[in-house]
Design a protein around this ligand. Structure first.
Ligand code: NDP
Ligand code: 8X3
Length: 251
């Protein structure tokens, strides 16, 4: 069955990988992100089943118009993947920039919330739909420098679970996908302000998950029979595990 899938953050990383995967699987993708030239390149490569949709998820007024601002024939969104998100900085909280905190909340929390608010009523009216939210292991396990990023992903997890509570008995599904270490995306470069060398160190000596692994998991989640809801799915590479509590000893 061919679905209409709206992917936020489709121009890089997970979003780009899942866009390619969904098109390959015969679906239609509304590819949303800020970098228009990348959206146009994806359209040129992947064809007319991809609709480039320039969108900044922190721009509340432009989201409020959805789905009516989508072209005719694209307004009934079957699957919303709230993937756009970012971490900024890894300094301890007491040295973090307030502007970074605000931007993480605006993107990871408010952006995801606004997209959901715009598209959920249509799904409920049609009694069909699926919202897949990109949470993170950072929303469950604290780590130094994770402060607002981890907290934003804890919001994503609890919001997803609470949506399910409201939607119980309907055919609208909600999933919180919670990956751990995933390499090959722009995530760490964005986190470290474009410092490619520092970003590369995050993955040195590891075999992290890839964006294609995430796309594979989402393809499975949305392809399950309609009565099956994956509430939360936590994924890690085999080189990663939950660590013990940390104690800092005097030197
Ligand atoms: P990337 O940085 O590679 O990609 C992020 C995407 O989000 C880009 O396409 C970017 O496009 C888009 N984006 C960022 N801000 C906005 C905005 N304001 N409006 C619209 N689009 C935006 O990240 P990943 O693919 O690695 O991560 C994707 C999601 O998965 C994020 O939510 C992240 O927190 C989460 N995650 C990542 C993990 C990892 O280790 N990589 C692990 C667990 C979760 P553009 O700049 O064109 O707008
Ligand atoms: C991304 C994973 O561990 O860098 O959400 O926070 S981590």
């Amino acid at each position: 069955m061919s679905l209409t899938i709206l992917v936020t953050g489709a121009t890089a990383g997970f979003g780009e990988a899942m866009t390619r995967r969904f098109i390959r699987d015969g679906h239609r993708v509304i590819a949303a992100a800020r970098r228009r030239e990348r959206l146009d390149a994806l359209r040129a490569e992947l064809g007319e089943r991809l609709l480039p949709f320039p969108l900044d998820v922190t721009d509340a007024p432009s989201i409020a118009g959805l789905p009516a601002t989508l072209p005719t024939g694209w307004q009934e969104v079957d699957v919303l993947v709230n993937n756009a998100g970012l971490a900024l900085g890894m300094d301890p909280a007491q040295r973090a920039k307030l502007t970074d905190w605000d931007r993480m909340v605006a993107t990871n929390v408010s952006g995801l919330m606004h997209m959901t608010h715009a598209l959920l009523p249509g799904m409920v009216a049609r009694d069909r739909g699926h919202i897949v939210n990109l949470g993170s292991t950072a929303g469950t396990y604290p780590y130094p420098g994770g402060h607002v990023y981890g907290a934003s992903k804890a919001f994503v997890k609890q919001f997803s679970l609470n949506l399910r509570a409201d939607l119980v008995g309907s055919n609208v599904r909600v999933t919180d996908l919670e990956p751990g270490l995933v390499g090959g995306t722009e995530f760490s470069r964005v986190r470290f302000g474009g410092d490619a060398e520092r970003a590369a160190k995050v993955y040195a000596g590891t075999q992290p998950l890839s964006a294609d692994d995430i796309a594979e998991a989402i393809a499975w989640i949305i392809g399950l029979p309609p009565h099956v809801n994956v509430n939360r799915l936590e994924m890690m590479p085999t080189c990663q595990a939950n660590g013990p509590l940390t104690i800092k000893r005097a030197e």
